[in-house]
Design a protein around this ligand. Structure first.
Ligand SMILES: [Zn+2]
Length: 197
């Protein structure tokens, strides 16, 4: 099975140069709910240009779930394994307009009205396009998150129990995903900073 062709072994998390200092003054939006000392540590990693390398060490493996059809199969397989009895899947697609923070991660306790409504309307699962190029572990984490919403609209205790049932490392992966998204943002800001100077 040549699932991983040679070109798939490209580095998927690129190191980024230390960003221009104003970036560091901005809030770390993906980590807003975490204690100050955690945010300070992450800022230090970004400042020293080390966040990308740290993530690349842990998450070097890309995935091959490229098309919406492949995504559907991937989600269906996980669902069959863990949530066989829940409602059948509707549409499953990568969505380039989805904002990860608002729709997929939110805050740990907030009720998501958007997701609640969507839940009633259909069993559609939308995965932000950023996950197409993300390490395999983060795609699995976000799919687990969305599958858990098939049974539980809110981010409450039973929701997270479902998540850790499907993926025992769920909490670590969600935190590292936040680091990954922070890293992508910092990289973009650095590039924009260079263009301006
Ligand atoms: Zn959610």
């Amino acid at each position: 099975m040549s699932q991983f062709a040679a070109e798939d072994f490209r580095p998927i998390i690129l190191p980024s140069p230390p960003p221009a200092s104003p970036v560091l003054m901005e809030a770390l939006k993906y980590l807003a709910g975490y204690p100050q000392h955690v945010q300070t540590r992450v800022r230090e990693l970004i400042e020293h240009g080390r966040l990308g390398a740290m993530l690349a060490d842990k998450y070097g493996q890309p995935h091959t779930v490229r098309s919406d059809g492949q995504l559907y199969e991937y989600v269906q397989t996980l669902k069959d394994r863990h949530l066989r009895k829940s409602v059948p899947l509707g549409k499953v697609i990568y969505d380039g307009k989805l904002q990860v923070v608002k729709h997929a991660l939110g805050t740990h306790t907030a009720i998501s009205r958007v997701q609640g409504d969507r839940l009633k309307a259909s069993r559609e699962i939308r995965i932000a396009t950023v996950f197409r190029d993300a390490p395999a572990e983060f795609l699995r984490m976000i799919v687990v998150h969305e599958l858990a919403h098939l049974k539980e609209a809110e981010h409450n205790k039973s929701f997270y129990q479902l998540c850790t049932h499907m993926e025992p490392d769920y909490h670590r992966l969600e935190f590292d995903l936040r680091l990954y998204l922070t890293h992508l943002d910092a990289g973009r800001s650095a590039v924009e900073g260079e263009k301006q100077s």
